[in-house]
Write a protein that binds this ligand. Structure first.
Ligand code: HEM
Length: 370
């Protein structure tokens, strides 16, 4: 929790710097939140300080960040190749720079992550070592400590396997969280009533000047409902895959064994016969009165999916999301830019194709220091 609050404070500080002396300004939250969640990923998954949010010139591991961004924030052509590659493995054969640059960056990112793993193994062999970034509470340190407690060599993961796991967490853990925060900022800007209530509920639960505990954070029911409603209405991960392990029939359609199914978690979360006719409205209070199919079925809310492949970072993601929302909403008022006002109540267009639910032209929101 301490690491997360520290990172949230850093984000608040950067926004404060952006709004300057006047205390008010327009901020491109897309770029900003991706930077913030990359830094959270660095600290909590790897136990390293990436310094992305502070700005490249002020330090941080630039080589790591450059390859990280090249892989996870791909330019449009590279993103299109990645999308096609999900269905047709073209990455291995395509000799164009958009593809080759991506392949080089991914190989470099892998090498650097493996180096971090190897270094941490050496660091942990020192008797008094304590990771200074995460205080020992990062995933890599915890995995290695777990491995060290295993007695049989055959039970242990190799450094390569650990690296693969870490890369999966890095890939899955930052953009989804950044998208959730982006849509939260949009909703706060366009619904001042929700913003006021959220701020009031938060401040009434926390002691001024003291870092809230996990229990205090979890006790703010409206915050919990607000965050779940964001994830329902603006489901950040658009798609995931499953393979049918046996022949089956779903609602009259026969699906042979081996079929790869594309699942769209957002569909259940935006279906009127599940959630009711007000499915498209943003209503945090709907979570207080769940009564129909949405209450009966655990599958109604699909943001993290279900079953053995459910998002393993779900609990962490919820805490991270809440901490960042608390930090921002208690330090700033959110308002609409002329651009958002010009949409006349319509939502910004989103990218297509894409793996995430992201506004096509980015998202700019007005921040005013409280
Ligand atoms: C609001 C934020 C997030 C959302 C909406 C989200 C959603 C998802 C979804 C839909 C999946 C696919 C699950 C499936 O196929 O059944 C997934 C997988 C995964 N998520 Fe998240 N996620 C979020 C944040 C995070 C964070 C912060 C982490 C890491 C700390 C994380 C780690 C993972 C991992 C490792 C997987 C792969 C699991 C596997 O392949 O078995 N996620 N996530």
């Amino acid at each position: 929790m301490g690491v997360l609050w520290g990172m949230a404070g850093g984000l608040g500080g950067v926004v404060e710097g952006m709004v300057g002396e006047e205390g008010e300004g327009v901020v491109d939250v897309n770029e900003l939140y991706v930077k913030a969640t990359i830094d959270v990923t660095g600290a909590t998954i790897l136990g390293v300080e990436l310094g992305n949010l502070r700005g490249e010139e002020e330090g941080g591991d630039m080589d790591f960040l450059t390859s990280f961004r090249r892989v996870f924030q791909q330019p449009p052509l590279s993103a299109l190749i990645s999308f096609i590659n999900l269905f047709l493995p073209i990455r291995r054969f395509l000799p164009i720079e958009a593809n080759l640059g991506y392949l080089r960056a991914s190989a470099q990112l892998r090498r650097m992550t493996l180096d971090i793993v190897k270094n941490r193994v050496k660091e942990l062999a020192q008797p008094d070592y304590r990771n200074p970034v995460s205080n020992g509470a990062d995933l890599l340190t915890m995995m290695l400590e777990g491995e060290m407690s295993l007695s049989k060599a055959g039970d242990k993961m190799t450094e390569d396997q650990i690296t693969n796991e870490l890369l999966t967490f890095i890939a899955a853990g930052h953009e989804t969280s950044a998208n959730a925060l982006l849509w939260a900022s949009y909703v706060l800007a366009v619904h001042p009533d929700i913003q006021t209530r959220l701020r009031r509920e938060i401040t009434s639960h926390f002691e001024a000047g003291k870092t809230p505990t996990y229990e205090q954070l979890e006790s703010v029911v409206y915050l919990h409902n607000f965050c779940r409603e964001i994830l329902r209405r603006y489901c950040p991960a658009l798609m995931t895959f499953r393979e049918a392990l046996k022949d089956l029939t779903i609602r009259g359609t026969f699906i042979p064994r081996g079929t790869v199914l594309l699942l769209l978690p957002a569909v259940a979360s935006r279906t009127a016969w599940v959630w009711g006719e007000d499915v498209d409205e943003f209503k945090p209070e709907r979570w207080e009165n769940l009564a129909g199919t949405e209450a009966d079925s655990p599958y109604a809310f699909g943001a993290f999916m279900h079953g053995p492949r459910i998002c393993i970072g779900k609990q962490f993601a919820m805490v991270e999301f809440k901490v960042l929302v608390v930090e921002l909403v208690t330090r700033f008022e959110f308002g609409m830019t002329e651009e958002l006002e010009g949409l006349g109540g319509r939502e910004p267009r989103t990218t297509n194709p894409g793996m995430g639910y992201v506004p096509a032209g980015g998202m700019r929101v007005k921040f005013r220091k409280i």
